[in-house]
Design a protein. Sequence first.
Length: 267
Amino acid sequence: MYRFLLTRQWLITILVALLLIPATIELGFWQLHRHEARVARNELIGKALTAPPVPFDTLSGAPGAGVPKDLTWRTVTATGRYDTAHEFVVRKRTDSSGSIGYFVVTPLTLADGKGTVLVNRGWVASAATATEYPPVPAAPSGEVALTGRLRADETYGDSGIKDRSGLPDRQFNLINTEEQSKESGVTLLGGYLELADTKPAPGDQPALVPEPNHSDIGPHMAYAIQWWLFTAMIPVGVAVLARREAKDRAQKAAKAEAAAEAVPADA
């Protein structure tokens, strides 16, 4: 009854189904791993943001040192004076509404003399043309006390941003202490500070970068379940198609037999 499964058409169908099953299982696990990574990231961010603030220079290492993963997003404090002569902007950054503009980054010379840290003071809108330096609220003068989130240097490999040369003066693609140290000649402590609060409060300042959303786990678990449901449907679908074809073949054979019996013997 099911000898048709040995035909070329059905052998190809079964082979494709057998190849799809492990592929869809693997895709499901890929989405599961993305879900687990997202949950772990959210837990890390939530823990870091709720921890008591500590001085920046107690977490940031020597100049050029990286920020450990478990310290990223940690709330930190810093006191010092802004070095506006080496201020720059970072291109193609979005605000909370998705508008494209610039991050304003200003070095802060620490009051305790332990070094200088880059501070992302927030977002400003684009200038009239891409070659112009955007209008930027002036950094507070005098000594300021900051609270912010500790971030690791951005890199071209991790961010996916392409390295481009020939950018306008004081415009860059990344917030990277090594790049800025070479550009400005200022020795910078590793990592940077994403500003959350300033005392005394300035009259005007860039739009502060909001805290990351650490409650959204994303759709990856739902995608994983969908892939595994599809995996289960593959053999079921093949079985349904085979049964349907067997039924169609049986009906055709019965009709042919009935037609043969209806023909008179002397016809």
